[in-house]
Design a protein around this ligand. Sequence first.
Ligand SMILES: [Zn+2]
Length: 114
Amino acid sequence: MTARLIGLPKVLTYRNQKIRDSARDEECLVRLPGACTHDPRTTIWSHYRGAAGGKAGALKADDLCGAYACTVCDAIYDGQRKPPAGMTYADVVVAWFEGHIRSIVRLHEKGVLK
Ligand SMILES: [Zn+2]
């Protein structure tokens, strides 16, 4: 809405239900040591938290900007839980980004991204 008021083009947010649905039964690729459940039943598509991925307020980042993460790794990345012992939040962000790269490769392997 602000962008429209000041004359900027509307930013389109990329949504892909196939990407989000593909998290079902995937292994967590964020893998925070000492915290990750390593339980595919808890894996979700975790969205990037920064504005660079199109996040704006309650609007989630583009679906391309995500990672397969178990609910515990996602909650730590989201700030709802503390980082595991020996890790800073910056370490968690790096782990999430590595998980993001692994997830993009996995999406291509599975044919979800072509
Ligand atoms: Zn995990």
